[in-house]
Design a protein around this ligand. Structure first.
Ligand code: XUL
Ligand code: CO
Length: 445
């Protein structure tokens, strides 16, 4: 187990977060997330598969487009960049343990500094991967997914897989090859592609068809390489419509499905759905979940939210139990996330500079998801919405409705049916307000 001395090293004032129940007034306790609670033979920790996003929790400094970072961590010091990176990782695993997160996620460049050459970057990465392997072993924390940062370095300013320069495509391929090796070495259960620069700033300089074909080729090469090395993790696409690029090809789940099917990739990929990306695309979180679930491609969740009054990806912690209950109901109805989980791709606000704020942020997010999970289970067990929806479509269960679904009937027959027998349909209420009140009765007791 994690040595006590190290546990106290970086967050000395904070102990492992206890569960104290809904009546607790302790801000450093869980009120709904009881990791050891057994539900249907599995602990809540196993059901929820929470994950901490390294890039926000341990590389985020609070910087925004209008000013530099504000968050200065005491552990950000050491002899050289590699030893700082190791100490930072110690602090991270202490945090994962104290917050009871079974998983973490990272980009290659989050955990190790980029070198002057790819070979040097890979050497740096190897050192930190060895350290991560020791920490994973000592704490039992596992890797939910790995990914490569194909968006920060200026070489990727015009895209990685969709760059007009084949040299950049090759460099990105080499980087992803290494990221796959590393994800496999750490037992990663998934591998994510988020294409922040895979898109265009202007169509005046862009061959859209060719870029999309290159992106498909890149993903095929990744699938082939994973097969070669025996990486069994699930590949995930994380859609986002824009930001940083004006238009991104993985716009939303629906366009992602179309892209994957067009290029024969749909068997190999599922979706990592991020709440704030859904809203940037003009959808709800629930919508994206339902679209992925309907295609059998629901993979994992990047848990966060935006701000109604801000137009960019603010990556905030989500405490909106209503929104999360709707999402969770869709996820559970679809049979859960499989190898996926709930990764807190969320960051502290710029003035939230205390290490303790990291705990408050994740406690709020975890509690909201745990409560939503319990409410969604109750909603599904009682089946009132299911029954209502089933009844609403009952006319397709038999007779000519069933013939329509089975494609056994055509326009001619339907025309005859309406003219000779059915006449005018009788309008029926959609009962939205009744259903919203029903939802509220679960949320408010
Ligand atoms: C950016 C975003 C990324 C991905 C991983 O909006 O969500 O952090 O989750 O590259
Ligand atoms: Co994300």
């Amino acid at each position: 187990m994690w040595p006590l001395k190290k546990t106290m090293a970086h967050f000395p004032k904070i102990r492992r977060i206890p569960f104290e129940g809904p009546a607790s007034k302790n801000p450093l306790a869980f009120r709904h997330y009881q990791p050891s609670e057994v539900i249907d033979g599995r602990t809540l920790k196993e059901h929820l598969r929470f994950s901490i996003a390294y890039w926000h929790a341990f590389r985020g400094t609070g910087g925004d487009p209008f000013g530099p970072g504000t968050i200065v961590r005491p552990w950000e010091k050491g002899r050289d960049a590699i030893s700082v990176a190791k100490t930072r990782m110690d602090a991270a695993f202490e945090f994962f343990t104290k917050i009871e997160s079974p998983f973490w996620c990272f980009h290659d460049r989050d955990i190790a500094p980029e070198g002057r050459t790819l070979a040097e970057s890979n050497r740096h990465l190897d050192k930190l991967v060895a350290h991560a392997r020791d920490l994973q072993k000592a704490t039992g924390v596992k890797l939910l997914w790995g990914t490569a940062n194909l968006f920060s370095n200026p070489r990727y300013m015009c895209g990685a897989a969709t760059n007009p320069d084949a040299h950049v495509f090759a460099y990105a391929a080499a980087q992803v090859k290494k990221a796959l090796d590393v994800t496999k070495a750490l037992g990663g259960e998934n591998y994510v592609f988020w294409g922040g620069r895979e898109g265009y700033e202007t169509l005046l300089n862009t061959n859209l068809k060719r870029e999309q074909a290159h992106l498909a080729t890149f993903l095929h090469l990744a699938v082939e390489y994973a097969k070669n090395i025996g990486f069994k993790g699930q590949f995930l696409i994380e859609p986002k419509p824009k930001e940083p690029t004006k238009h991104q090809y993985d716009f939303d789940v629906a366009s992602g499905i179309a892209f994957l099917r067009t290029h024969g990739l749909d068997k190999h990929f599922k979706f990592n759905i991020e709440t704030n990306h859904a809203t940037l695309a003009g959808h709800t979180f629930q919508h994206e979940i339902e679209v992925a679930a309907a295609a059998g491609m629901l993979g994992s969740i990047d848990a966060n939210t935006g701000d109604l009054l801000l137009g960019w990806d603010t990556d905030q912690f989500n405490t909106d139990v209503r929104e999360l209950t709707l999402a969770m109901t869709g996820i559970l109805r679809a049979g859960g996330l499989g190898t996926g989980g709930f990764n807190f791709d969320a960051k502290l606000r710029r003035p939230s500079i205390d290490p303790e704020d990291l705990f408050h942020a994740h406690i709020g997010g975890m509690d909201a998801y745990a409560l939503a999970f319990k409410l969604a289970r109750r909603i599904l067990a009682e089946g009132k919405f299911e029954q209502f929806v089933a009844a609403r479509y009952a006319s397709f269960d038999s007779g000519f409705g069933r013939d329509i679904e089975k494609r056994r009937i055509g326009f001619r027959e339907l025309n005859q049916l309406v003219l000779k027998k059915l006449g005018e349909p009788k309008p029926r209420s959609g009962k939205q307000e009744y259903l919203e009140n029903l939802l509220a009765s679960y949320l408010h007791g």
